[in-house]
Design a protein around this ligand. Structure first.
Ligand SMILES: C[S@@+](CC[C@H](N)C(=O)[O-])C[C@H]1O[C@@H](n2cnc3c(N)ncnc32)[C@H](O)[C@@H]1O
Length: 320
């Protein structure tokens, strides 16, 4: 059940410290779900207050004694009420999310970025990629906000990046982020159902954080996660519908030395049971060693390619 909070009346004298404490208490009482940029009520309270006051999000201490005006208090309580009443992740209220130290615009057309693949990119995919400057091409399949495509472009400065998503709405957000990072020349956006619009393209790297939530897990999702596009989360009965397509078709889109890097949540056991003959490698991330797998092209089974139809997304069609 969603509990409704009572808006607090603004008072003339209240400090940032007092306000963060009160917001924290309110969030805690509301028993929210976290995982969209923070993991607890305290961090979320600090984020909401500092955002509403337009202060740097990593600097609470210098501002603890600052007075908060009645207008600012109203702004803060407006955000807190929406967070609690609608169970909206804070990132959708503030329209910003971070992956590593990179900021991305987000709204409800895309999931809030949190892919563990970002950590591997921060390390330039070493040791699996031995010469990052020799990476010429990469695909981000299921690009959402475009966050991984942007990180790929930054990590591999010589690479041309293709970023594909079946969702026109998501591509509009990706376009905005690509433009914000001035990467329009290096990142091409495609509207594509998996590989369908990428007919004869081959890449050094294919990266994907596909929908991988099973039907049973979808039914149990906290409300905050239901505010995200279902298309970005639901992976069919066992969660692996799109992963199966990746495992079947990536071989036709990888260079001979190419790598496939896929995030699947904490589902290593289930995937290894479903594909016992594939030599998955599970790099360690802060999520553990069961979230992301890497396969070399030579480890993927050869199968006849699917029939493709090429359609590059028109730049105008995705403008907000
Ligand atoms: C888990 S989200 C990942 C978004 C982004 N890469 C990230 O890490 O934040 C999965 C994305 O895959 C897209 N998607 C779902 N089904 C797809 C399909 N059949 N073909 C291409 N993209 C698909 C969704 O629209 C969504 O943006």
């Amino acid at each position: 059940m969603i509990r409704h909070s009572t808006p607090a009346a603004p008072t003339a004298q209240v400090t940032v410290k007092a306000l963060v404490n009160t917001v924290y208490g309110r969030l805690k009482k509301a028993r929210l779900a976290y995982g969209h940029g923070t993991t607890n009520a305290w961090d979320e309270a600090v984020w909401l207050v500092l955002h509403a006051l337009r202060l740097p999000l990593d600097q609470l201490t210098p501002f603890l004694a600052r007075n908060v005006t009645p207008a600012e208090q109203r702004r803060i309580w407006g955000l807190v009420d929406r967070r609690i009443q609608h169970r909206l992740p804070t990132a959708y209220l503030t329209h910003e999310a971070w992956l590593g130290d990179r900021r991305f615009y987000v709204d409800q057309r895309v999931i809030v970025p949190r892919s563990f693949i970002a950590e591997l990119l921060r390390d330039k995919l070493v040791p699996w990629v031995t010469h990052p400057r020799r990476v010429n091409s990469a695909l981000d399949l299921g690009t959402g906000s475009g966050c991984l495509a942007v990180l790929l472009a930054e990590t591999f400065p010589r690479a041309q990046i293709d970023a594909a998503d079946v969702s026109h709405a998501a591509l509009a957000v990706a376009r905005r982020n690509v433009a914000a990072y001035r990467l329009q020349r290096r990142i091409r956006l495609f509207q594509s159902d998996m590989f369908s619009a990428l007919a004869d393209k081959r890449y050094d790297l294919i990266v994907s954080n596909p929908p991988y939530v099973s039907a049973a897990a979808m039914r149990a999702l906290p409300l905050e996660y239901r505010r995200e596009p279902k298309l970005a989360l639901a992976g069919g009965k066992d969660g692996f519908d799109r992963v199966r397509i990746l495992l079947r078709q990536a071989v036709h889109h990888l260079m001979p030395h190419g790598l496939l890097i896929v995030e699947i949540g904490h589902r290593r056991k289930q995937l290894e049971a479903a594909f016992p003959h594939l030599p998955f490698v599970w790099p360690l991330t802060s999520g553990g060693d069961d979230c992301v797998f890497i396969l070399e092209r030579r480890d993927l089974p050869e199968e006849p390619p699917a029939v493709h139809q090429a359609t590059r997304a028109s730049p105008r069609s995705h403008r907000r």
